[in-house]
Design a protein around this ligand. Structure first.
Ligand code: MGD
Ligand code: MGD
Ligand code: SF4
Ligand code: MO
Length: 877
C-alpha cells in the first residue's frame, strides 16, 4: 500500500527476457501506475522505455472482448465446443498428426504447460511448436550439443563482474536495455571493456572499444580463429579439458577454417583475440545475429568451444550468455514447448523419459518422434496435412519467414483457432474461431528470464469483457475433448505444483531443471512467490552451472563441436546484390500490437525503413527521405523509407521487423525472407536474405495528422499514434484528381470546414479541416517527399494552429525533431541545439540541461552518438 490507498502489486514486465520486476498500482480508472521494482534482482528498480510506457498500453481500445465464430460474436460455450469437436473429429478422421498448436515464448509457464500436456500427452502428437523456434532454437541445440542440456550457465551478476563483455549479434542497448544499463554502470565502476560483433554499427557500439563489422555468417570462422589463438597462446585450461570431449577434432576444424570469411580486417581480429585471451573474466553475450542463421547452432557451438577450452564457464564474471528474447522464452524451453522436447528438459525420443512422463500424466498416448518445427508446420498447413490449427499469443502471418505464404496457408486451413487480446492482427483476421485472451496486467502465473530467475506475473486489473486466460481456454478444450481429470485445473497454482512435481521426476533422471521443492507450495506460497533462480530443490537453490566440470551428457562430460564456416544460404549476385538483414528498434515490440498503442513509443521511429550505406545510395540514386522498393528472389516486394547511414557496410541493408498489415502493409518484410532453416535447430535464417533495391519515384507523397480516424489508401502508407491522434506517411503511384474529397475520405470528415491550397498540375495540396477554431486534421501532399515539420505537426490536432498550412512551426517555436528521449519527449533538434548552445560534452550534462536520458536511460546511447557527432563536426571545423 502507499499513500493513495491502492495496493501495490509486484509483477514482471511482459516484454523482453531481462524479466524486470515492476510495481503496479491501478489508478482506479482502468489505468495503471508502473514503476521498476527496486527489490527485483533483474533490474533493481530500473525500467527501459518500453517498460516505462506500459501504462499507455493497457487501455481497452483495440481489445477483443468476446469469442467469435466466423467473425460473428459467439458464446464461450459454443466456441469451445466447436474447437473441441473439430479437433476431435479431425483426429478421428486423419490421425493426431493432422492437428497442431503454434504457441509463443510470451505464454506464461502455466499456459505453456497445459498446451504441451494437451498436445503431447493427450492428443498424442508432438505437433506443438512455438515462435521460440524463430528465436532461441539454435541456442537450445547448441547448448544441448555442448552441455547435454539446454542450460544458461551464468547469472546477471556475471555481467557486472566481467572485465570484458563481447556482444555477438546482440543489440543489447535496444533489445535488453536494462542489462545494457547494468553493464554501463559496471563499466563506470570498473572499466569493463565492451566488444560488439555485428555487421551493423548499432546503438550498442557507443560505449564499445571495438566494433567488428563481421560479414553475415562470419561468426564461426571468427571464433575458430579465437580458438586457434587461445591454443597457440597457451590460454587453454588443461585440467578443465579433462572434462570435455572433442577438443582435438574441434581444434583441427578451427585450423582448417578460413578467417577471411569474416570479412574483417586481420589486425582487428587479432586485437579481439588478444583482448579475449588476456582477460579471464569474459562474458560472451549472444542473440539473434547468432541464432537466426542457417549456421545458427554452429555459431553457438563456436562460441561455447572457446569458453569450454579455457574453462571460463559458470564462474563469477565469465561464461557464454545467451540472452533470451521473450519474457518466457526460457520457461517455454523448460516446459517442453518445442516440438522436439518433452518437458522439464526430458527428451521426447528417450523411451524411459517418455514412459515416466506418460505415467505421471496418466496419458493415453504419447508421440515417439518429434513434431513439425515452425517452418515445416506452416508448410504442412499450406499443403493440407494439418487440418486444424490453434495459434496462441503469436502473429505468424507477420513474423514467420515467407510471411505471405504463411498467411495464405492459415487462410486456407480447414479450421484455424486464434487466441489473442485483439482482433486487429494479420493473423487474427484469418481465424475461424477467435478467442479473447486475458492480457498482461490481468493474467496470473510465472515466467523465467534469461538467467533462470522465475518470477510471478500478477493480475492488478479486472479481466475485461469475456476474455479468459490462455491456460483456461486450453484446459477447457482438454476437458471437452474428454480428458476431464487431466485438465481439471482451477488455478494457475495447481498447474504450477503439478509442473514442479514433474520436474522432480526429471531430477531423478539426473536432469538439471528441478524445482520439485515447490511441488508442495500452497496457494499462499504461490501468491507470495519471490523471484527465484532455479534449481529449487532440497539440495540446491540457484547458483551457476558447470564450473565443477559436471555436464549432462551420459558420460558427464561436455563436448566441443567441430564447426567450420558455412555461408548464408542465399547468395548475393547481380540480380539481388544486397544482403538483407532484419531486426528490432528500441521502442517497438515485434508486431506492435501493444507498443504501437503508446504515443511516446511511437514517436521514436514512426515509419518502417531500410538502412543503406551512402555509397550504395549514391549508386542507386537514392536521396535522403526517398522511398525504395525492395524485391526478393521469391518475387515479393516491400516499399520502405530509405535511411542513408555509414552505420551499414556497403552491400548490406537492414529493415526492422515490426510493421504489419495494420500499420504499414507494404512493410511486411518477412514476406521477403526465404524459409531457409538451420539443419540442426530448424531456426530460420531471418537475417541473411538477399534483395534488390531501387529508388521508387512515386507520383505523389503525403503526410497527414488527425485527431480522429486516419485510413490511408495508397501503395505506401505507415500510420502511428500520437498524443493527439494519428500521423501517417503516404505515397501513391497514381495521380489523384480531387484532393479535397480524398482527404475527406481519409479522415472520415465528409462535412468539416476546410481550408486549403492545391495545385493539381504539381500534385501539390495542403488541406486542413476544422471545427471552429479547433484543427481536426491536416494533409500535406507534394510531388516529392513532403518537407514539413512532422514532429511539430503531430502535436497540433485539437489546438487552433492558425498557420497550419505552412507546415512549419510558428517562428517562435523551434521544431523539436524526432523524439530521442521518449520519457520526457525530447527531440533530436532540441538536444543538438543544447549541445551546441550550452557546449555540453557528456550524456549527464545533456540530462541536467534537458532531463533527456535521466529516467529509463534507454536513449543514453543515442545521446552519446549525438555528442560524438557534434565533437567530430567541431574537430573538422
Ligand atoms: N525493443 C525491442 N526489444 C526486444 C524485442 C523487440 O521486439 N523490441 N524483442 C525481444 C526478442 S523476442 C528478441 S529475440 C531479442 C532480440 O535481440 P537482438 O538479437 O539483440 O536483436 P536483433 O535486432 O534481432 O538482432 C541483433 C543484431 O544481430 C545483427 N546481425 C545480423 N546478422 C548477423 C551475423 O551474421 N552475425 C552477427 N554477429 N550479428 C548479426 C543485426 O545487425 C542486429 O543488430 O530482443 C528482445 N527485445
Ligand atoms: N525478419 C525477422 N523476422 C522475425 C525476427 C527477426 O529478427 N527478423 N524475429 C523473430 C523472433 S526472435 C520472434 S520472438 C518473433 C516474434 O513474433 P510474434 O510472436 O509473431 O510477435 P508478437 O507481436 O509478439 O505477437 C504476439 C501476439 O500475441 C498477442 N497477445 C498479447 N498478449 C497476449 C496474451 O496474453 N494472450 C494471447 N493469447 N495473445 C496475446 C499480441 O496481440 C500479438 O498478436 O518474430 C520472429 N520474426
Ligand atoms: S529491459 Fe525493458 S522491456 Fe526488457 S523486461 Fe526490462 S523493462 Fe521490460
Ligand atoms: Mo525472439
Amino acid at each position: 500500500m502507499d499513500g493513495s490507498g491502492m495496493p501495490t502489486t509486484c509483477s514482471t514486465c511482459p516484454y523482453c527476457g531481462v524479466g524486470c520486476g515492476v510495481l503496479l498500482r491501478p489508478d482506479g480508472h482502468g489505468g495503471l501506475d508502473v514503476k521498476g521494482d527496486p527489490d527485483h534482482p533483474a533490474n533493481g528498480g530500473r525500467l527501459c522505455s518500453k517498460g516505462s510506457a506500459l501504462a499507455e498500453t493497457v487501455g481497452l481500445d483495440n481489445r477483443l472482448l468476446t469469442p467469435r465464430i466466423g467473425g460473428q460474436q459467439a458464446s464461450w460455450d459454443s466456441a469451445l465446443t466447436l474447437v473441441a469437436d473439430r479437433f476431435r473429429q479431425t483426429i478421428a478422421d486423419h490421425g493426431p498428426d493432422s492437428v497442431a498448436f503454434y504457441v509463443s515464448g510470451q505464454l506464461l509457464t502455466e499456459d505453456y504447460y497445459v498446451a504441451n500436456k494437451l498436445m503431447k500427452g493427450f492428443i498424442g502428437s508432438a505437433n506443438i511448436d512455438t515462435n521460440s523456434r524463430l528465436c532461441m532454437a539454435s541456442t537450445v541445440a547448441g547448448h544441448r550439443r555442448a552441455f547435454g542440456t539446454d542450460t544458461v550457465p551464468g547469472t546477471y551478476e556475471d555481467l557486472e563482474e566481467a572485465d570484458v563483455i563481447v556482444l555477438v549479434g546482440s543489440n543489447l542497448a535496444w533489445c535488453h536495455p536494462v542489462l545494457y544499463q547494468r553493464i554501463l554502470a559496471a563499466q563506470k565502476a570498473r572499466g569493463t571493456r565492451i566488444v560488439v560483433i555485428d555487421p551493423r554499427r548499432t546503438a550498442s557500439c557507443d560505449t564499445a572499444e571495438m566494433h567488428l563489422p563481421v560479414k553475415a555468417g562470419g561468426d564461426v570462422p571468427l571464433f575458430n580463429r579465437l580458438l586457434v589463438r587461445l591454443y597457440e597462446g597457451g590460454a587453454l585450461d588443461k585440467e578443465f579439458l579433462a572434462r570435455v570431449n572433442g577438443f582435438d577434432d574441434t581444434l583441427r576444424a578451427a585450423y582448417a577454417d578460413d578467417v577471411a570469411a569474416t570479412g574483417l580486417d586481420a589486425d582487428l581480429v587479432e586485437r579481439f583475440c588478444d583482448l579475449w585471451m588476456r582477460n579471464e573474466k569474459v562474458v560472451t553475450i549472444f542473440s539473434q545475429g547468432v541464432n537466426q542463421s542457417s549456421a545458427g547452432a554452429d555459431k553457438v557451438n563456436a562460441i561455447l568451444n572457446c569458453h569450454l577450452a579455457t574453462g571460463r564457464i559458470g564462474r563469477p564474471g565469465m561464461g557464454p550468455f545467451s540472452v533470451t528474447g521473450q519474457p518466457n522464452a526460457m520457461g517455454g524451453r523448460e516446459v517442453g514447448g518445442l516440438a522436439n522436447m518433452l518437458a522439464c528438459h526430458l527428451d521426447l525420443e528417450n523411451s524411459e523419459h517418455r514412459g515416466a512422463v506418460r505415467q505421471f500424466w496418466q496419458s493415453p498416448a504419447m508421440p515417439e518422434a518429434p513434431g513439425l518445427k515452425a517452418v515445416d508446420m506452416f508448410r504442412a498447413v499450406g499443403e493440407g496435412q494439418i487440418k486444424a490449427l490453434w495459434i496462441i499469443h503469436t502473429n505468424p502471418a507477420v513474423s514467420m519467414p515467407d510471411a505471405d505464404r504463411v498467411r495464405d496457408a492459415i487462410a486456407g486451413c480447414d479450421f484455424t483457432v486464434v487466441s489473442d487480446i485483439t482482433d486487429q492482427t494479420d493473423t487474427a483476421r484469418l481465424a475461424d474461431v477467435l478467442l479473447p485472451a486475458a492480457a498482461w496486467g490481468e493474467k496470473d502465473g510465472t515466467v523465467t528470464n534469461s538467467d533462470r530467475t522465475i518470477s510471478r506475473q500478477r493480475p492488478v486489473l479486472p479481466i475485461p469483457g469475456e476474455a479468459r486466460p490462455d491456460w483456461q481456454q486450453l484446459a477447457e478444450v482438454g476437458r471437452r475433448m474428454g480428458w476431464h481429470a487431466a485438465f481439471d485445473y482451477e488455478t494457475p497454482a495447481e498447474i504450477f505444483r503439478e509442473y514442479a512435481a514433474l520436474s522432480g521426476i526429471a531430477g531423478r533422471f539426473g536432469k538439471d531443471f528441478d524445482i520439485s521443492l515447490w511441488a508442495a507450495l500452497d496457494d499462499r506460497g504461490y501468491a507470495a512467490l519471490r523471484p527465484t533462480r532455479w534449481p529449487v530443490t532440497v539440495a540446491r537453490q540457484g547458483g551457476r552451472f558447470f564450473a565443477d566440470g559436471q555436464f549432462y551428457h551420459p558420460d558427464g562430460k561436455a563436448r566441443m563441436i567441430p564447426v567450420t564456416y558455412r555461408a548464408p544460404a542465399a547468395k548475393t549476385g547481380p540480380r539481388y546484390p544486397f544482403r538483407f538483414n532484419t531486426g528490432r528498434i528500441r521502442d517497438q515490440w515485434h508486431t506492435m500490437t501493444r507498443t504501437a498503442l503508446s504515443p511516446r513509443l511511437s514517436a521514436h521511429l514512426a515509419e518502417p525503413y531500410l538502412d543503406l550505406h551512402p555509397n550504395d545510395a549514391a549508386d542507386l540514386g537514392v536521396q535522403p527521405a526517398d522511398l525504395v522498393r525492395v524485391r526478393s528472389p521469391g518475387g515479393k516486394q516491400s516499399i520502405l523509407r530509405a535511411r542513408i547511414t555509414a552505420d551499414m557496410q556497403p552491400g548490406d541493408v537492414f529493415a526492422p521487423m515490426h510493421w504489419t498489415g495494420e500499420t504499414a502493409p507494404s512493410a511486411r518484410i518477412d514476406a521477403l525472407v526465404a524459409p531457409v532453416t538451420d539443419p540442426v535447430s530448424g531456426q530460420p535464417e531471418s537475417k541473411a536474405g538477399v534483395v534488390a533495391v531501387e529508388r521508387l519515384k512515386a507520383r505523389w507523397y503525403g503526410f497527414a495528422v488527425s485527431s480522429g480516424t486516419l485510413a490511408p489508401r495508397a501503395e505506401y502508407w505507415a500510420r502511428a499514434r500520437t498524443r493527439t491522434g494519428y500521423r501517417a506517411e503516404m505515397a501513391g503511384l497514381n495521380a489523384v484528381s480531387d484532393w479535397e474529397s480524398e482527404a475527406r475520405r481519409l479522415f472520415d470528415l465528409p462535412d468539416a470546414e476546410v481550408q486549403m491550397v492545391t495545385d493539381v498540375s504539381r500534385n501539390m495540396a495542403r488541406i486542413a479541416f476544422r471545427d471552429g477554431d479547433r484543427l481536426l486534421a491536416a494533409l500535406f501532399v507534394a510531388d516529392e517527399p513532403v518537407a514539413v515539420m512532422r514532429d511539430y505537426l503531430a502535436t497540433v490536432p485539437g489546438t487552433d494552429a492558425p498557420d497550419i498550412l505552412t507546415g512549419r512551426t510558428p517562428s517562435d517555436r523551434p521544431d523539436p525533431g524526432p523524439v530521442i528521449c521518449s520519457c520526457f519527449n525530447v527531440g533530436v533538434n532540441t538536444i543538438l541545439a543544447a549541445i551546441e548552445d550550452e557546449a555540453l560534452v557528456s550524456v549527464d550534462q545533456v540530462g541536467a540541461a534537458l532531463q533527456a536520458g535521466t529516467n529509463c536511460g534507454s536513449c543514453r546511447p543515442e545521446i552519446a552518438t549525438l555528442l560524438s557527432r557534434a565533437k567530430l563536426r567541431e574537430a573538422a571545423e
